[in-house]
Ligand binder design. Structure first.
Ligand code: SF4
Length: 591
């Protein structure tokens, strides 16, 4: 059996495992990562199953580049049916844990069934152990990490859930390498529903690709391309020097920085929490994921006071939701909220959005015990208490733990709730974009920025607010991201990856001879898989629209410009998107 492409199937109900070989033909068709995971989910999941029941599967995927010397090959993916949205879901995280998954000899792991007791898995090159996790149940992610002794052991790494996952909070994350999160659509809740607290990987295997001379030449070429982009990846480049918090500046200028629950497009207090606020107030050292030549992350510490904490972060999205949506005007408080979310294992984007929605609902006077509800803008300590109520499902927190679709319906908040398919917006208000708004709409998970990252291209176009000629370039970017997530590498190297290079990478991995048109077709097919999954689950064209506020209500930029989205023009763009994808007018892929 080819050790590089093994699939481990773990049945938690029976505590039995099975090792299968993934055929090279399947990999040539779907590459790995997102492509392989989507194919497996579509083929193996019964339609309409309960995402928190025994029939949901968590598919941990690596890509053919994972664990190799290829720069940023440190990421893994999780493919599953989301308990938050009921739709297809994918979550990715970098760090180093997946390198150990491949070192243990597994390319993909499928977890199915439900354990009778809290357990953790210990996966090595020669065995899979089902270990009792009763002493870990209830512990936060960092405590669990320490109790498992991960810090002191070489060749070992772990994926963990926190109390939120155990309590099936529908936006619970899976954490790795302490502050790295795979989240957004609730993979931690799926893991918690299976009573699986953690997965430890241990091994020493290295992918055979590392020894391939053609591959090593290719890696050298990629590294040279990275070095050529000093402006992005050099020691004074945007990623290394400032990291994602640098985004605060341009989103605030453009009027898409979501502020006070999407009632404004910029914050007057942005200097309090931008990249320089981090550098000047809390930065301890620069850090990053395994095998990354330009490490974008920051290790920060607040040494004393109510916001005492230390963590890797905060990244832009966390700043946008807490600093913008919740109007917290202090980077130390934002860091504390970030650390709390990491410890409990919840997604910061959804957490900040739900806090903002709760504040607006309170202002409207429609929450139970409304007068006693102390949550408000710029009240970080109240936010921490509210998040704690969500994590432990206390009082109204129990409703918020179910996610935005549930709350909107229960409290009649449909007119103000900002989400697509039940997933809230990250740090870019859709009213400031056209092509990117379509990307939010058609993404299988809902309002995520990660399926196309088209905002980065659209914002630099001279006619960035035009509705014309946006769909085709957005699709191109969506296809690129599908390949990045299938190979799997960090999205921050997207600027050096063009279609020729994608084809070259594919050809070296699979000893093939395809051209750039063929690799593009593969990407497009991968995207169609998740669409097919959603159609089977009952999603349709109606689920690809923005929330009503986006069409009816304008936001104002720093410079007094009013921005909203024209419904009819959006509708036309949606037609164009389906047509270019080769789908029907209802958005259904043709066979
Ligand atoms: S650029 Fe940042 S997120 Fe990407 S691999 Fe490097 S350190 Fe990790």
């Amino acid at each position: 059996m080819n050790f590089d492409y093994r699939l481990l199937r773990v049945d938690l109900t029976t505590e039995k495992t099975k090792i299968e070989e993934i055929s090279i033909d399947l990999l040539k068709e779907y590459i790995g990562g997102k492509g392989l995971g989507s194919k497996l989910l579509l083929d193996e999941l019964e339609p309409g199953i309960d995402p928190l029941g025994p029939k949901n599967k968590i598919i941990f995927v690596s890509g053919p580049l994972t664990g190799t010397v290829f720069p940023t090959s440190n990421r893994y993916g999780i493919i599953y049916k989301s308990p938050l949205t009921g739709a297809f879901a994918e979550s990715y995280s970098g760090g180093g844990a997946v390198q150990k998954m491949r070192a243990a000899g597994y390319f993909t792991i499928i977890i199915e069934g439900i354990s009778k007791r809290p357990i953790y898995l210990f996966i090595t090159e020669s065995s899979v152990e089902f270990r009792d996790a009763s002493h870990l149940w209830g512990k936060d992610t960092l405590e669990t990490y320490d109790l498992l002794g991960i810090k002191s052991k070489k060749d070992i790494d772990v994926l963990v859930i926190g109390p939120a996952g155990e309590n099936k909070v529908k936006f619970a994350n899976i954490q790795n390498n302490k502050h790295h999160s795979a989240g957004r659509c609730g993979p931690g809740a799926v893991m918690g529903s299976k009573k699986l607290k953690a997965i430890i990987f241990s091994g020493t295997k290295r992918p055979a690709l590392n020894k391939n001379l053609e591959f090593r030449k290719l890696v050298k070429k990629v590294i040279n391309k990275i070095h050529d982009r000093e402006d992005l990846y050099g020691s004074n480049g945007i990623y290394r020097k400032l990291g994602t918090p640098s985004i605060v500046e341009w989103t605030n200028e453009l009027g898409c920085f979501p502020t006070r629950y999407f009632t404004a497009g910029y914050s007057e207090y942005s200097k309090n929490f931008d990249a320089y606020a981090i550098i000047n107030q809390i930065l301890k050292k620069r850090t990053g994921c395994w095998n990354c030549p330009f490490t974008c992350s920051k290790y920060v510490e607040v040494e004393e006071g109510p916001f005492k904490c230390n963590l890797e972060g905060p990244e832009y999205e966390t700043i946008a939701v807490f600093g913008g949506i919740c109007d917290i005007r202090d980077i130390k408080a934002i860091a504390k909220l970030n650390e709390y979310c990491d410890r409990m294992g919840i997604d910061t984007i959804t957490a900040g959005n739900l806090c903002g929605l709760a504040i607006e609902a309170k202002h409207l006077g429609i929450l139970p015990n409304n007068n006693k509800f102390k949550l408000d803008y710029n009240k970080p300590l109240e936010l921490l208490k509210f998040l704690n109520d969500i994590v432990y499902r206390k009082g109204i927190g129990n409703d918020f733990a179910e996610g935005i679709k549930y709350i909107s319906k229960k409290y009649h908040l449909e007119d103000i709730a900002m989400h697509v398919k039940g997933l809230e917006f990250p740090g870019y208000d859709p009213r400031a974009f056209r092509g990117f708004a379509i990307s939010y709409g058609v993404s299988p998970e809902g309002a995520t920025h990660l399926r196309s990252t088209f905002h980065n291209i659209e914002r630099n176009l001279p006619d960035y607010l035009s509705y014309e000629n946006k769909v085709a370039p957005m699709i191109e970017q969506e296809d690129k991201m599908a390949l990045i997530d299938s190979l799997i590498v960090c999205k921050f190297i997207r600027d050096i990856l063009d279609w020729d290079l994608f084809a070259e990478i594919y050809n070296v991995i699979f000893n093939a001879k395809i051209n750039k048109d063929k690799i593009r077709n593969i990407a497009s097919e991968i995207i169609t898989l998740s669409r097919k999954f959603n159609i089977r689950e009952g999603f349709s064209r109606k689920d690809d629209y923005m929330p009503s506020r986006v069409y009816k209500e304008s936001i104002t930029t720093k410079y007094g410009k009013k921005l909203n989205l024209d419904y009819d023009k959006y509708d036309k763009m949606l037609d164009e998107y389906y047509s270019l994808r080769g789908w029907t007018k209802e958005g259904i892929p043709k066979e």
